[in-house]
Design a protein around this ligand. Structure first.
Ligand code: DUC
Ligand code: ZN
Ligand code: ZN
Length: 488
């Protein structure tokens, strides 16, 4: 048999996938893994990974890049800085949002995001579509077309005046998504509850950042999540509840899953590593920790950890929503900025995986295989990118992160590569960091250096998400509700 030719061999790798850990050399040709066994022939290039974990490159399925927020503020990161930062943190794929605002038409929104990402991204990317206007054009033409073009997940908001949809519109979208093969995602917070609380608080003169966490009450999240779950149960259609932050919502999700509801839930570093005490810092310092939903108390923090450990929460994403600590984001009115005026969101693309590696894997809370599942594999499966992305297997893209499991890092804003001027994790000491990151066989990062050009990342059209396929295969075909979903 002729000897195989490899563009790159990653030798002596200790590999972990979501299922198992094993030793092998990884042979890569044309950006794809073509061999996975010990003793491979020499490649044109070689990397010796002895003593290192070699993991699938991270897939961060929730981040905001060059996006206008629910409050009308533009993110600090563009597709270059965001993907560079993501790559330094061990990611090889991101799934940001193409966000429709009410005046926008979906095809233009998608073209615009596609162009900006194509020009700037250094790693691969797909998109979710945020829909804020539900009309015949969207339901009959634009959304089905977007799905055919590989945008197979749709996010809706239950809060933010500029974005929110009522339950009727969410049901309309759920039924189109279900029929056409897309997965729904929801930002679940009760807008009226938040607005009522915020009005009362500001009426009493309470403006400090910590009141953001009071207004965004846990019950506002819990009620909206429960309502969204009911809508999903009504149609028996899968739904992702993003950024779950509090104890009762974790319990509500767990209960729904036990009942057989098709609920997938996500959480993020800010709910594992921060609490409401962080928002309660002097002056406007607390603005650095304002996100929606906000970090909660320690009981909620523990509930989120338990949810990730026991599989109630299957996605761990950054929800990178980067705003600078200046008038462009967090402090539009400087020191006088009230909690309702500061941008909602925290940076996290680069630290997402190192934080969980250090505090989850190294401290023995989760296994290395759970880490891979939570940071890469489940994202690829959930959003229609598996097995091209999210694993290490023959035939998959050569997307690898080679981790130095013993590297001690004190997180600090000057070590990070996003465009934000602070990190909420400043000073935190963690252990473990990815030192080499490979995307489609290209060495993107090696020993602290970025080695690829702007625009070298590729758009990934997503296939039908696994939860949608599972729903189609497992539910009764001919019920009245199914006929109502299909009727149009
Ligand atoms: N929702 C998000 O998903 N991210 C940032 C802020 C928000 O409200
Ligand atoms: Zn959200
Ligand atoms: Zn978000």
């Amino acid at each position: 048999m002729a000897e195989q030719h490899y563009d790159l061999v990653v030798r002596n790798a200790r590999i972990a996938t979501a299922e198992r850990s094993f030793d092998a050399d990884i042979g890569i040709r044309d950006g794809v893994i073509v061999a996975l066994e010990q003793g491979l022939a020499a490649g044109e290039r070689e990397i010796d990974a002895a003593g290192r974990w070699v993991l699938p490159g991270g897939v961060d399925s929730h981040c905001h890049v060059e996006q206008l927020s629910g409050m009308g503020l533009i993110c600090a990161d563009d597709f270059h800085s965001a993907t560079v930062s993501a790559a330094f943190g061990g990611n090889t794929t991101i799934i940001p949002f193409a966000a429709q605002h009410r005046q926008d038409d979906i095809p233009e929104v998608l073209d615009d995001y596609a162009r900006r990402a194509r020009e700037k991204a250094v790693i691969d990317y797909a998109f979710h579509l945020i829909v804020t206007r539900v009309d015949e054009q969207a339901l009959k033409h634009d959304i089905p077309q977007a799905i055919r073009d590989g945008i197979t997940s749709i996010k809706v908001f239950m809060t933010y005046a500029r974005m929110k949809l009522d339950d009727y519109s969410i049901l309309e979208l759920m039924s189109v998504a279900d029929r056409e093969g897309a997965l729904m995602m929801v930002h679940a917070e009760n807008d009226d509850v938040i607005r009522w609380l915020a009005d009362r608080l500001t009426g009493l003169g309470h403006q400090a950042p910590k009141y953001h966490a009071v207004a965004h009450a846990g019950l506002a999240e819990n009620e909206a999540a429960h309502r969204a779950i009911c809508l999903s149960r009504l149609l028996d259609t899968p739904l992702v509840i993003v950024h779950v932050s509090e104890r009762e919502t974790v319990e509500c999700v767990r209960r729904a899953q036990v009942q057989g509801a098709r609920i997938i839930a996500e959480s993020c570093p800010q709910y594992l590593f921060l609490t409401a005490e962080d928002i309660d810092r002097p002056g406007v310092e607390g603005a650095k920790y304002c996100c929606s939903p906000p970090p909660r108390d320690e009981a909620s923090q523990q509930a989120v950890w338990s949810g990730l450990e026991d599989g109630t929460l299957t996605l761990y994403s950054s929800d990178h929503a980067p705003y600078r600590w200046d008038e462009s984001g967090k402090l539009p009115k400087g020191e006088k900025t009230g909690f309702r005026e500061m941008a909602n969101g925290l940076p996290g693309l680069e630290v997402r995986m190192p934080l969980l590696f250090s505090e989850g894997v190294r401290r023995g809370r989760i296994s290395i295989n759970q880490f891979v599942e939570l940071t890469a594999t489940r994202h690829a499966r959930t959003y229609g990118l598996y097995p091209r992305k999210g694993t290490i297997a023959v035939g998959s893209d050569a997307d690898l992160a080679i981790w130095d499991a013993d590297r001690e890092v004190t997180i600090s804003v000057d070590k990070l590569h996003d465009a934000v001027d602070y990190t909420p994790y400043e000073g935190m000491k963690i252990v473990g960091w990815p030192e080499t990151v490979i995307n489609r066989g290209r060495i993107v990062i090696d020993k602290g250096e970025l080695l690829v050009e702007r625009g070298s990342g590729e758009f990934l059209p997503c296939a039908t998400p696994e939860p949608v396929i599972e729903a189609r295969q497992s539910r009764p075909a001919d019920t009245l509700i199914r006929r109502l979903v299909e009727a149009r």
